[in-house]
Design a protein around this ligand. Structure first.
Ligand code: ZN
Length: 266
């Protein structure tokens, strides 16, 4: 059973480990069957997806902008700029997707292996596993009696899930699908890359570099601010950093492109 689309591509374990309040898992998950509200884990997962998408788009904006501006520094040939931009866009999107696929697959293999080890242990030595769960609840601050009670009740309901959540910090029902993660990265990068590509291609020749520069500044301000807001950080500072990062990248590649263009006489 895997509900794809719901897990962050940075790895589910990490999302659970760092973003969830200490030991509060399950407290927001109502016991009544017919009353399933979106709990914190899936909210965090969704936010992580969104943040990863915004960062992917930012990558697409900055790397493609730097590439086309660099080529524009060397040559006024519109076709050359367009070819470089399109090739750069696909190169970046495919490379992001491949990297994401590999990293999420590895993460998933690790999670699946951990879950099956846990399943085997539960089948072979249920008493030790119950003690283990009890200990983990005691470590989290419950009294021995209450920890035992919690462990017994959770084991009766779904032992694997209880161990997965407390011991492995992952949700046995939600493993990340590497194909979904790869596709999401591909799309995020492409959407970002289209911004500088369209501006450099459609602007009049004399204006294409400054127009792209301005468009990229606005776009990176937006990605910086949005990703900061998603992480509850101040948006203004993040926007400024993001714009500066993109501006430096473009200025450097434009300078290098101009230099190469002058020395080779393209
Ligand atoms: Zn266990």
């Amino acid at each position: 059973m895997d509900s794809t689309g719901d897990a962050p591509d940075q790895g589910y374990g990490k999302a659970n480990g760092s973003d969830r309040p200490n030991g509060g898992e399950g407290s927001d998950r109502p016991d009544h069957p017919g009353h399933r509200e979106p709990h914190h884990a899936s909210m965090n997962a969704r936010l992580n997806w969104l943040r990863a998408g915004v960062l992917g788009a930012n990558d697409g904006i900055v790397s493609t902008a730097s590439l086309v501006v660099g080529v524009a520094g060397a040559t006024a040939n519109s076709t050359a700029i367009l070819i470089a931009g399109v090739a750069g866009m696909f190169a970046g999107a495919l490379s992001m997707a491949a990297g994401e696929y590999v990293s999420v697959s590895t993460q998933r293999d690790t999670e699946v292996a951990a879950l099956s080890r846990e399943r085997r242990e539960l089948a072979e030595e249920p008493d030790e596993e119950l003690d283990e769960l009890t200990c983990m609840y005691q470590d989290r601050g419950l009294s021995p009696g209450l920890a035992r009670k919690v462990a017994v009740e959770l084991t009766a309901r779904d032992a694997l899930r209880a161990h997965a959540e407390v011991e492995l910090r992952l949700d046995s029902g939600e493993l990340t699908n590497p194909w979904v993660a790869a596709l999401a990265s591909f799309l995020a990068f492409t959407v970002g890359a289209l911004i500088p590509l369209l501006f450099i291609t459609l602007s009049p020749a004399d204006w294409r570099v400054p127009a792209t520069f301005v468009a990229v500044a606005c776009a990176t301000a937006a990605t910086g601010a949005i990703s900061a807001r998603l992480g509850h950080a101040p948006a203004g500072r993040a926007a400024v950093r993001s714009v500066l990062g993109g501006a430096v990248a473009m200025a450097v590649t434009f300078g290098i492109g101009s230099l190469v263009g002058t020395t080779t006489g393209v």
